[in-house]
Design a protein around this ligand. Structure first.
Ligand code: CIR
Length: 260
């Protein structure tokens, strides 16, 4: 399998809508401020563009408060894209709004038809395999259906488990290069990354694990100085993006784009 993680030429994002105040959250830590979120989102998009990648900016969807978190609606691979079937009922309708954008770029767009559920936030594509974490949003049937689809394109898929109380698998990890993963200690302790090089986020900075490596940059939520310094020393060019408003909705750097 070729390494699909190394160089990205495109990303798809969606601007936040005013309805973001109704977005899903595990606990209420305050109402997200739309203006601040728009500023942070603009910084995020500008950073992706700075790498030379083309960034598609889809319009807000008022009827879908969580639609800014586009990652959960699809999986983008070198040979095709797969439309997801979110486990959160309020997010199911987002998928149909993502489909046309994917068809602009891919000849082969498949779909998880169910009965299972799967969200993109639970999927980590590494240089050698696709890891999918079962979670409250992603079940065995969803994983099985995705396994059948991606095997047509030559990918190995391995089912793993998102820790209890953690929204998505990638809430706690991200890929830094084909073989290097940034993860929380609690997720790494499950053994799911055996054989990989794993860098741990600093104690107390668990939310820094939801970062993304996009071409020459690692986009990281701001406010986690020890993890930022560790990545800098490891040779990564870190760009810190304010994430205070998305964090109120359990969202972070990976959720805000589809990258391919
Ligand atoms: C949700 O609960 O679905 C949204 N409020 C947050 C989604 C975050 N997405 C992600 O981690 N991939």
């Amino acid at each position: 399998m070729t390494d699909p993680t190394y160089e990205f030429t495109r990303a798809i994002t969606r601007r936040p809508s005013a309805s973001i105040t109704d977005g899903l959250r595990a606990e209420d830590t305050g109402t997200p401020d739309l203006d601040q979120m728009l500023r942070d989102h603009a910084h995020y998009v500008a950073t992706l563009k700075k790498t030379g990648a083309e960034v598609v900016e889809l319009p807000p969807l008022e009827d879908f408060p969580d639609a800014v978190f586009v990652e959960d609606t699809a999986l983008c691979l070198p040979r095709g894209a797969v439309l997801m079937r979110p486990g959160a009922p309020s997010r199911m309708g987002e998928v149909a709004h993502m489909a046309p954008a994917l068809r602009d770029f891919y000849d082969d767009v498949r779909e998880i038809v169910g009965p299972g559920h799967i969200e993109g936030g639970d999927i980590l594509v590494t240089g050698r395999e696709i890891l999918v974490g079962r979670s409250d949003r992603t079940d065995a049937a969803g994983v099985a259906e995705l396994t059948r689809i991606v095997s047509d394109w030559g990918h190995n898929l391995r089912e793993v488990f998102t820790p209890p109380g953690v929204l998505h698998f990638k809430t706690d990890c991200s890929l830094l290069d084909g073989d290097t993963i940034l993860a929380t200690q609690r997720l790494d302790a499950s053994g799911c990354f055996d054989g990989y090089r794993v860098l741990h986020v600093a104690d107390g900075e668990e939310a820094a694990a939801n970062s993304i490596r996009f071409n020459q940059f690692v986009l990281m939520p701001a406010g986690f100085p020890r993890t930022a310094e560790m990545l800098d020393k490891a040779g990564f060019e870190v760009v810190e993006i304010n994430n205070s408003e998305c964090a109120k909705l359990d969202g972070g750097m990976s959720c805000l784009s589809l990258r391919f």
